[in-house]
Design a protein. Structure first.
Length: 749
């Protein structure tokens, strides 16, 4: 028949006969296929499953679960209109649905409910899945969530809503209503049709209420079963049953990707002798999204809830409580998709260190960072470290985050006690960073500002970075930004002359990069920076330090990396690096190019590395901070004006335990590093011109799971170096071949 009549064809008797006889069809391909049957009311249930799966499919298990799914779906929509359903074990996993037949990769109850649900919202309510996929896949996902909730399980709304919001904030979302081929890629299609489509039904449920929603589903099914449906048909029923104008809800949730943000404005609290207290709350809409907002007033001994329509930019809501109000909260159940819930609360009277912002304090274990959707997480971490100037140093660090992406602030106050040193510096130092405030939200943009006075250095940093990708699961990710660094020195007792001249630097850099995973398995990345700066001391640009130090310099770096799995346990890593940092003469030591690892400014925030005699820089503690030329066999203080380097690493996995904690993976590696230094000096080593450098060796890699973090321990043995005079164990008469070692808690690149 014509496409508009095809839904009626599904009820033909010959189609029913073929479905009932499908086990004979299957057995013609596999005579060992097993068959079981049963009934739910007037519906015949047929189950076909693969040999060897009796424990999950046989003994009536799959039949019972199919009957349970029919009972649930009949309750949600209405009576199943067809006389039978066949549930076939799908060999390749997942699920597929057809009218009166479903194919399931397992006999899991949730999967059966989902696939059988398609018989109602795609087969019996026959929508055009190509044109309006949300009306099938999103609807089915929603009723599956309702089923989970009815079984006492978490429905998953919170995780799905947070994931969609992340894409909304990044400008990566697409509407749920697009025709299938209009989506930019299959991943975006899946997210928009399944997850965003499901969230539309959750928002409808929030607006009309649970009881009204069930009436809508019953009326929709009763009116449109065995007919073709579309958005207009569903909206007509929803508005008729609820008595509400749902045009804005349908427009914004199906045809747009609007952001929602409501805030508490002015609050007026009045005591009324007879009825208690009247609180008037101003609800401020700060984003284009419009949705009704619940307004809760928490009083001393009771709580009352009002509701704002959410359409106006400013709207007053009146709430009455028996006892004195203490707090106002917008959207207390977290159902409005409000992206900034830090402005949803107002304390009435009293004092709080956090003001009106909802907060959650925790003891920071460093490896675990709680992330909350509706409040700011504040972690507190006591710290202790040592260096030769300040002796034992005690500190307290605070770090914040909201939603894992905003208010990523950090502050640290420390005191150098002098314990362990005869003539020590006793300083009170500080470091603070403000990063990604909610007030400066912009898709893909990260902003940060820092200020510090730490261990003989003071200064600040300002950085902006924008990240963009065209596709969610493939294609390049591009990054561009700039950084302004100011680092001055004021106490040379903390400064290792192998890393620092006693001068200040101001440097501006433009930075960018791109990363991509190719179709043949290569993970590629290119990062670079270019900029310049000036060197000064207390007397101005005539800087102290080496007499030939030039006050102005330029600096540029480029790094290219490539990794690829050669088989399930063997991988190859490649890296190329080039950098130059010079002017008319040699620049400050802290801004030269370092041969073996990171430069001093990259280590500035790490108290275990930044100062003379720190824990990881002490004699015979061979720690490598990854970066620079990455030549592991050489002294970390070795620097040159310019360098071109290459690194090769072949890694073989010995042990893999995906669920392990102490050791998730253990691997051995062989590596080769080589570099060509360009310039006349070796950066204070007095060894003359440094030209070609190389090292080679073997190493051990281990991955651990601590809290929520994956930690890497790397031990490398650079058994050969081409220039032993500048090697990590440099001493007169050192050989090219010998036992040398280093360790790190970072990957080599």
């Amino acid at each position: 028949g014509e496409p508009r009549d095809r839904a009626l064809v599904y009820g033909r008797k010959d189609v029913v006969w073929y479905a009932e006889d499908v086990h004979h069809f299957a057995m013609s391909f596999n005579p060992d296929y097993r068959y079981e049957g049963g009934h739910w009311g007037n519906v015949a249930i047929h189950v076909l499953y693969q040999p060897g799966d009796d424990s999950t499919w046989g003994h009536g298990v799959a039949v019972q679960r199919t009957a349970k799914a029919l009972a649930w779906l009949d309750q949600v929509f209405g009576t199943f209109v067809w006389p039978q359903v066949t549930n076939v074990h799908r060999i390749e996993g997942g699920g597929t649905e057809f009218p009166m037949m479903i194919m399931d990769g397992s006999a899991g109850q949730g999967l059966i409910v989902h696939e059988l649900g398609h018989n109602y919202v795609m087969g019996i309510l026959a929508n055009n899945e190509w044109r309006e996929g949300w009306l099938d896949e999103g609807f089915t996902s929603f009723q599956s969530t309702l089923f989970d909730e009815a079984q006492g399980q978490l429905g998953g709304y919170e995780g799905d809503e947070a994931g969609i919001l992340g894409l909304d904030l990044d400008g990566q979302s697409e509407p749920a209503s697009l025709v299938s081929e209009k989506y930019r890629d299959f991943t975006s299609y899946n997210i928009s049709i399944y997850t965003r489509g499901e969230l539309f039904f959750h928002q409808l449920r929030y607006v009309v209420g649970d009881a009204t929603l069930l009436q809508i589903l019953h009326a929709y099914y009763d009116r449109w079963k065995l007919k073709h449906v579309d958005e207009a048909a569903f909206r007509e029923v929803a508005e008729e049953v609820s008595g509400l104008d749902l045009s804005t809800l349908f427009a914004q949730w199906l045809h747009g990707t609007e952001l929602f943000d409501y805030a508490v404005g002015r609050v007026k609290r009045t005591q009324v002798t007879d009825s208690g207290f009247v609180t008037r709350i101003e609800v401020v809409r700060k984003a284009p999204g419009r949705l009704a907002v619940e307004v809760a007033v928490l009083a001393e001994h009771d709580t009352a809830v009002g509701r704002s329509e959410g359409a106006a930019e400013r709207e007053w809501v009146t709430v009455v409580t028996r006892t004195k109000p203490k707090e106002v909260r917008l959207d207390p159940r977290g159902r409005t998709h409000d992206w900034n819930m830090l402005n949803n609360r107002r304390r009435l009277g009293g004092f709080s260190l956090s003001g009106s912002r909802p907060v959650s304090n925790y003891l920071d274990t460093y490896f675990t960072t709680p992330v909350h959707r509706n409040r700011l997480a504040i972690g507190w971490l006591p710290m202790a470290w040592y260096n030769d100037a300040g002796g034992l140093t005690l500190g307290l660090r605070q770090r914040d985050n909201y939603f894992g992406r905003f208010e990523l602030n950090q502050s640290l106050v420390s005191v150098a006690t002098g314990w362990g040193r005869d003539s020590a510096a006793t300083d009170v130092d500080f470091f603070f960073r403000l990063k990604n405030p909610v007030a400066l939200r912009s898709p893909g943009l990260s902003e940060s500002v820092e200020g510090f006075n730490v261990e003989g250095r003071y200064g600040g940093r300002l950085a902006l970075e924008h990240t963009h990708r065209d596709h969610l699961s493939f294609g390049p990710e591009r990054r561009v930004g700039f950084t302004l660094d100011w680092v001055a020195t004021d106490d040379s007792r903390y400064l290792d002359p192998g890393f620092y001249d006693n001068v200040g630097t101001v440097e501006l850099r433009l930075e960018g990069g791109v990363s991509n995973r190719t179709t043949n398995g290569w993970q590629l990345g290119v990062n670079g920076s270019a900029g310049g700066g000036l060197v000064y001391n207390r007397n101005g640009l005539t800087a102290s330090g080496p007499s030939n130090l030039n006050p102005f310099y330029y600096r540029a770096t480029v790094e290219a990396t490539a990794r690829r799995a050669l088989d399930t346990r063997l991988s190859l890593g490649l890296r190329g690096f080039a950098a130059v940092s010079t002017g008319e003469n040699e620049t400050a030591k802290q801004r030269q190019v370092y041969v073996a690892g990171a430069d001093p400014l990259e280590e500035l925030t790490n108290p275990f590395l930044r100062s003379r005699g720190a824990l990881l820089t002490r004699k015979d503690v061979n720690y490598q901070a990854a970066g620079g030329g990455g030549l592991r066999g050489y002294d970390p203080r070795l620097s040159v004006p310019a360098l071109v380097a290459a690194n090769v690493e072949l890694e073989r996995v010995l042990v893999q335990q995906p669920r392990g904690r102490l050791f998730r993976q253990l691997a051995v590696a062989a590596f080769l590093d080589a570099g060509q230094a360009i310039g006349d000096e070796a950066g204070g080593f007095g060894t003359g011109t440094v030209k070609f450098l190389a090292d080679a060796g073997v190493g051990l890699r281990a991955e651990h799971r601590i809290g929520e973090s994956t930690v890497v321990t790397r031990v490398d043995l650079p058994l050969f170096v081409s220039r032993p005079g500048v090697a990590q164990d440099r001493h007169p008469g050192a050989d090219r071949a010998g036992f040398r070692w280093l360790f790190s808690f970072e990957r080599a690149w």
